[in-house]
Design a protein around this ligand. Sequence first.
Ligand code: T4K
Length: 402
Amino acid sequence: MASHWASLAVFGNKPAFAEPLHVGRPNLPDKQAILDRIAGALDRHWLTNGGPLVAEFEHRVAQQLGVRHCVAVANGTIALELAIRALGLTGEVILPSYTFIATAHALSWQQVSPVFGDVDRVTHTIDAYEIDRLITPRTTAILGVHLWGRGCNVEELSALAAERGLTLFFDAAHAFGCTYRGQPIGRFGACEVFSFHATKFVHCGEGGAVTTNNDELADRLRLLRNFGFVGYDCVTAIGTNGKMSELSAAVGLTSLDCMAAIVTANQAIHATYRRELAGLRGVRLLAYEPNEASNYQYVVLEVDERSAGLSRDELAAVLAAENVLARRYFFPGCHRMEAYRGAEIGRELELPVTEYLAERVLVLPTGLQVDESSIVRIAGILRTAVENALVVRGRLSQRRAA
Ligand code: T4K
């Protein structure tokens, strides 16, 4: 419900929330179970390097995804790097610019050039039709990103990769527990990469994994994540330390135990946002495909400044004043980040959909920290701001000038 504009914190009122409401507050529904598992690891005096909790975590993830191998590692970024190495990629790899910067960095760290493509305006995933023009003789792979947990167009990408002799693999950092055409994400392409970072709905604190049905690739990934060791004294490859620790696996296993409850909570939260934001001009809540399983991990708004009367950044400022720390993921797009802009790989790219989304997307808090009344308040703040856009805009520019 909209309130009077003067009730907003940007006009000097008390914030709606006494404590900051974060987008990525970790879900920790069963602290005791984590502590018990950690106590077991301490009692065993076995904290990393092939412990039983990591083995159990790998087994459960693989089982859940219906995939032969899960190779658990320290985080999603190293999982991507290991996948790139294990797949033997060189030259250039095509990926969407509209993703978390780690997708691009993992390639760069492996001396592979990221080549940024545009995304589809509706799905926010890489536009398969765009890729063709980006392929050069140096291209070795396509790296799709299942952004927000919504599957890429796997069929189109697979057909294109097969036709052009390219490797296809996926950054599934957002997509644990999601399906594409009814099949669990985690089994597509040569391999798929997950993040189990604290901000993910199922997490290890820090963690990641590569999943694959390819036995040889899985062996190579296991070799590379452990310095390339085969036995105690023999090193057959230039590996790294990518291992997941037992402590991370303790958090991850407990998180897996609670997964169904978290998904149910996330889904209800999403539905409440939808109900509360219905009809709000210029603010569109991204929908999840009803025929697919989803983790509902991200509550993604697209703000159209012309109809809302306020830009995405203005709405974010209104929320921040109320202690709601919404995030403008993945602004400004990897190709516009200083590390890539203007470099040969940035190539002064024009990626109109990426730029369109980077100006509009705002991600709202979700997860177990958020209850129904918080959502009603957040939506009420947005409604009050949009319905009093002129006066709010005036106030924001006064604050900027002060
Ligand atoms: N590929 C994709 C598509 C990804 O999205 C990611 C990671 C990766 C690859 C790489 O996976 P990892 O190497 O990270 O496993 C966050 C996460 O750090 C990152 O994992 C995630 N994607 C990305 C989308 O979001 P930031 O820069 O937003 O993190 P930060 O520290 O600002 O945290 C987000 C919010 O959560 C803040 O409001 C603070 C709050 N928070 C965070 C932590 C860690 C908490 O309340 N408690 C916490 O413990 O990147």
